[in-house]
Design a protein around this ligand. Structure first.
Ligand code: B4P
Length: 196
């Protein structure tokens, strides 16, 4: 029944480079539209915090700014979606797909996405936001060296992903350079334009 519930829900992918404001905007979307927010980064950090053997491997990968294996992320997502589907009117899948193959596998094994929200912002802005957050976040990946690598990983994958979703008329591009509230106004327009 839970797997059935997934079929009738909505799925919005939320993508952007590290520090583009994905997590920040998702919190606001939840307040306004009541969606269920699942951040793959948060799910992975929770796995790390659980102290499992798998968690240790994940830390090493995240410290290097690389992508963790697709199977790991997809399984975490799927389990969480099934658990929460009965009480959800739709899902915001934040930080996913980070490589083309993640999107393809998700749509095969879970369900089709409704659209992809893409936060477009310059590398300079992303770097300065992440360095700002580094002062208080305690995250192993918020340091200059890892930020460089995260930006590189992102730029290697983004074109294929954007091309795929824009071809299917499924991409909503948001200019994310401005303040949190100004960016959110654009996000609201995108959601309303999609009839949500
Ligand atoms: P994430 O947790 O997704 O980290 P992130 O890209 O930095 O995004 P986050 O949502 O936290 O930050 P935001 O931009 O909102 O990923 C971490 C790592 O996990 C990855 O490197 C990878 O190793 C692994 N991973 C995650 N998903 C994966 C997947 N699908 N497959 C494989 N591996 C995966 O905010 C950043 C800062 O900017 C904040 O301090 C915020 O306050 C500030 N900010 C936001 N909007 C602003 C604005 N408009 N103006 C000024 N500041 C703003």
């Amino acid at each position: 029944a839970a797997e059935e519930a997934l079929k009738s829900t909505k799925v919005v992918f939320v993508l952007g480079g590290p520090g583009s404001g994905k997590g920040t905007q998702c919190k606001k979307i939840v307040e306004k539209f009541g969606y269920t927010h699942l951040s793959t980064g948060d799910l992975l950090r929770a796995e790390v915090a659980s102290g499992s053997a798998q968690g240790k491997k994940l830390t090493e990968i995240m410290e290097k700014g690389e992508l963790v294996p697709l199977e790991t992320v997809l399984m975490l997502l799927k389990d969480n979606m099934i658990a929460r589907a009965p009480n959800s009117r739709g899902f915001l899948i934040d930080g996913y797909p980070r490589e083309m193959e993640q999107g393809v596998r998700f749509e095969d094994e879970v369900r089709e996405s409704d659209f992809l929200l893409y936060f477009n912002v310059s590398e300079e802005t992303m770097t300065s936001r992440l360095l700002g957050r580094a002062q208080t976040s305690g995250r192993v990946d918020d340091n200059e060296e890892t930020i460089k690598q995260r930006l590189k990983t992102f730029s290697e994958n983004k074109n294929a992903i954007m091309e795929y979703y824009s071809k299917g008329n499924k991409m909503e591009m948001i200019t994310a350079e401005k303040s949190v509230d100004e960016v959110f106004a654009e996000v609201v327009r995108a959601f309303e334009g999609r009839g949500i």
